[in-house]
Ligand binder design. Structure first.
Ligand SMILES: NC(=O)c1ccc[n+]([C@@H]2O[C@H](COP(=O)([O-])OP(=O)(O)OC[C@H]3O[C@@H](n4cnc5c(N)ncnc54)[C@H](OP(=O)(O)O)[C@@H]3O)[C@@H](O)[C@H]2O)c1
Length: 275
């Protein structure tokens, strides 16, 4: 693709997206730029062929599509420093914001405040870190100025390492919390399942590897079989068998209510952080 791709903020999530892009060869690293306040934190990017700088304005000047990868409370600072260091305040840029909880309207207002002369379009995304290993999910909402061709480019860039789907912005909160925070919830589940096997005498490394593969495989079963998870559960619970005894223990521990509460708490907190 014949454009330069930028990242303002090269932390965990930006690096996961960068990894997904370079591992799938969907965009050459030589056409990727990244900026952040500490150049030493961007070593991984330069080691993998990208150009790193401490000036956000340099990324702005050189790139046509720019991922905003700073924490939500750093948005104003990042835009302010673009304004201070750019040599081309009137250029056209497609910003792709991954800032949790920040609406398209909020991003546009902040941009208008600091980059009022530029022609800016905004795509809001909610990615997750498993994109780093090609197994992520990323939802997005474009603003009304983003063309179908630009949406296609975004889907190509992100779809190489994630299931990438366009959703209405009002679903960004609930689905965003599920997608963005969910991996941490699953890491806890995997660790706990492995602990269960360790308690019964299994070696920890084996238990962890098998728990992770089992969770990945169960997800694949839901996706590929097209069956409701409740039906898949019924299919493996023989009457009086061991699986239904385990299910009963999970229900006694309120697993479902706890999971529902976790997504709800994450959704509320994301909203607060976006204010
Ligand atoms: N992590 C996730 O799973 C996840 C999932 C979905 C969405 N998100 C969103 O992704 C964004 C980044 O999250 P993260 O977890 O990747 O955080 P992170 O690892 O802390 O990355 C933030 C990056 O921003 C850089 N930065 C700070 N101030 C800056 C400035 N003024 N200009 C340019 N760069 C600046 C930091 O550089 P230094 O390290 O040098 O200070 C750091 O590399 C957040 O808005 C978050 O809501 C994250």
């Amino acid at each position: 693709m014949n454009f330069n791709l930028g990242f303002i903020g090269g932390g965990n999530m930006s690096t996961a997206i960068f990894n997904g892009i370079i591992k799938s060869n969907v965009h050459p690293p030589s056409k990727i730029w990244v900026s952040g306040p500490h150049i030493e934190h961007l070593k991984y990017w330069t080691e993998n062929g990208a150009t790193a700088t401490i000036e956000n304005g340099v990324v702005f000047d050189n790139c046509e599509i720019i991922f905003l990868g700073v924490k939500p409370d750093k948005l104003d600072t990042a835009l302010k420093t673009i304004n201070k260091t750019t040599k081309n305040l009137t250029k056209k840029v497609l910003f792709v914001s991954m800032l949790a909880g920040k609406s398209i309207d909020t991003i546009q207002k902040a941009i208008t405040c600091y980059l009022s002369c530029a022609s800016i379009s905004v795509v809001r995304i909610m990615p997750n870190t498993p994109m780093a290993v090609g197994a992520g999910i990323c939802i997005y909402t474009p603003d009304s100025t983003v063309s179908d061709t630009e949406c296609h480019i975004i889907e190509t860039l992100l779809g190489s390492s994630a299931l990438c789907e366009k959703v209405p912005e009002n679903l960004m909160g609930s689905l965003g919390a599920l997608i963005g925070c969910g991996p941490a919830f699953m890491y806890l589940v995997i660790e706990a399942l492995a602990d269960g096997a360790v308690k019964q005498g299994a070696p920890r490394a084996l238990a962890l590897r098998h728990a992770a593969q089992m969770v990945a495989g169960s997800g694949q079963m839901v996706l590929k079989s097209g069956k409701h998870p409740g039906l898949l559960k019924d299919e493996v619970c023989s009457p009086g068998g061991s699986t239904i005894c385990g299910i009963s223990a999970l229900e006694n521990g309120s697993l479902r209510a706890t999971m529902i509460n976790a997504v709800e708490a994450a959704t509320h907190r994301t909203k607060e952080l976006g204010k």
